[in-house]
Design a protein around this ligand. Structure first.
Ligand code: SF4
Length: 328
C-alpha cells in the first residue's frame, strides 16, 4: 500500500464570531461559523471542500491559515502545532501556506506593475539574493504559469481575468509554498478559462508537489481535481470520503440532495433531483441535534435532540454524520 505523509491535521476546530450591537458596539450575540471541524490532508493531495454559500468553507480556509483566530481546536501543519503561533512565528509559516482568492482583480494592487507584484514577496521573504537572482525567480514564476515576459511591465487592469489569476498563482508560488488554499479560485472566470486554470493547478501540483485545499461550489470541478471531498453544512463537515467514492455513493441526505443537482450528459449517471424544503437556518440560532434535521426528509424524533458525530462507514476513509447512514 502506498505510504502517504500527512501535511495538515485539523482537530475539532471551532470559530465563533461576535455580533456587535449596531450602535453601542458591545457583543449581543455570537455566530458559530465552524463547529468541531476535523480532517487530515496528505502531502501532494487535494481536498475539495463543498457546500452552499455561507456554510463556512471560506472561514475554514482562512482559519487554517490563521487569517482568523480559531476559537478552539488544533491546527497541525507539517508536524507543527500552529494554533497559537505568534504573529512572528506565523510569518515564517506563511511562506509554506498561501491562498489564491476568488477575484484576481481585487487581489492585485492596481498601482503596481506585475514585476513589482511578483518581486514584493520574493524580497519580503528573502527568497532570492540580489537583483539578478530575483529576476531569475520572476522569469521562473512566469514560466510556471505560462505567461510571456511582456506582462511584467503591464498593470493588472491591462490583463484578462485568466492572466490576472495566473499572476495571483505566480505570486503565491513566489515564496515556495507546500500548501495552497484555493478559495473559489476559478469562480469569477469564464468557463473556458476555468478549464485552463484547473489544468494549470493540476500540472503545478505534479511538478512542485503542492497540496491544495480547494474550496468550490462547483461540484463538477471538484470531482475533476480532488482526491478527497468534504461536504460542509452550517459550519460542520457532514460527510467526507475519497472523491470517487462520494460521487458514486453520496450517503448523507444533504450530500445526496447537493449531488442530485449536478447536471450530467450521461443518462446512466443521472440522479433523481432532490429539492430541499425550507431555508438554511441562521447560524445565530442553530437547530438542536442534527443541524440538518429541519430540512431532512429522513429525520425522526431523535434527530432533533441528538447530534450525530462524524463516523466511519463502508469504504476506507468514508465518514458520515448521520444517525441513519445508508449507501445506495
Ligand atoms: Fe437526517 Fe437525522 Fe441523518 Fe440528520 S441525523 S441527516 S436529520 S436522518
Amino acid at each position: 500500500m502506498e505510504h502517504k505523509e500527512i501535511l495538515l491535521e485539523v482537530h475539532r476546530l471551532c470559530k465563533t464570531f461576535p455580533v456587535p450591537h449596531r450602535l453601542l458596539g458591545h457583543t449581543i450575540a455570537k455566530v458559530s461559523a465552524l463547529h468541531n471541524v476535523s480532517f487530515t490532508l496528505y502531502k501532494g493531495e487535494t481536498l475539495g471542500l463543498v457546500g452552499e454559500s455561507g456554510c463556512g468553507k471560506t472561514t475554514l480556509g482562512r482559519t487554517i491559515l490563521r487569517l482568523f483566530e480559531p476559537t478552539s481546536g488544533r491546527i497541525i501543519f507539517d508536524g507543527i502545532d500552529i494554533t497559537h503561533c505568534s504573529a512572528c512565528q506565523m510569518r515564517t509559516m506563511r511562506k509554506k501556506m498561501q491562498i489564491i482568492f476568488q477575484d484576481p482583480y481585487a487581489a492585485l494592487n492596481p498601482r503596481m506593475a506585475i514585476q513589482q507584484i511578483l518581486e514584493e514577496p520574493i524580497q519580503i521573504h528573502h527568497i532570492a539574493n540580489g537583483k539578478v537572482a530575483s529576476a531569475k525567480r520572476i522569469y521562473q514564476l512566469l514560466d510556471y504559469v505560462q505567461l510571456p515576459s511582456t506582462v511584467l511591465y503591464k498593470y493588472p487592469h491591462e490583463l484578462s481575468g485568466g492572466q490576472r489569476q495566473r499572476i495571483c498563482i505566480a505570486r503565491a508560488l513566489a515564496v515556495e509554498p507546500t500548501f495552497i488554499v484555493c478559495d473559489e479560485a476559478i469562480a469569477a472566470l469564464d468557463v473556458s478559462v476555468q478549464a485552463q486554470i484547473i489544468n494549470l493547478l493540476m500540472d503545478l501540483q505534479k511538478e512542485l508537489g503542492l497540496t491544495y485545499l480547494f474550496i468550490s461550489h462547483d461540484l463538477r470541478v471538484v470531482e475533476f481535481i480532488a482526491d478527497q471531498v468534504a461536504v460542509m453544512y452550517l459550519g460542520k463537515i457532514v460527510e467526507a470520503a475519497p472523491a470517487a467514492e462520494i460521487y458514486k455513493s453520496p450517503t448523507h441526505p444533504y450530500t445526496k440532495a447537493l449531488f442530485s443537482a449536478i447536471p450530467t450528459m450521461d443518462p446512466s449517471k443521472s440522479r433523481e433531483r432532490i429539492i430541499l424544503q425550507g431555508d438554511i437556518p441562521s447560524p445565530r440560532n442553530l437547530p438542536t441535534g442534527c443541524c440538518f434535521h429541519p430540512r431532512c426528509w429522513k429525520a425522526v424524533e431523535k434527530c432533533s435532540y441528538i447530534q450525530p458525530e462524524l463516523a466511519k462507514i463502508g469504504g476506507e476513509n468514508h465518514q458520515v454524520a448521520c444517525h441513519f447512514p445508508e449507501i445506495d
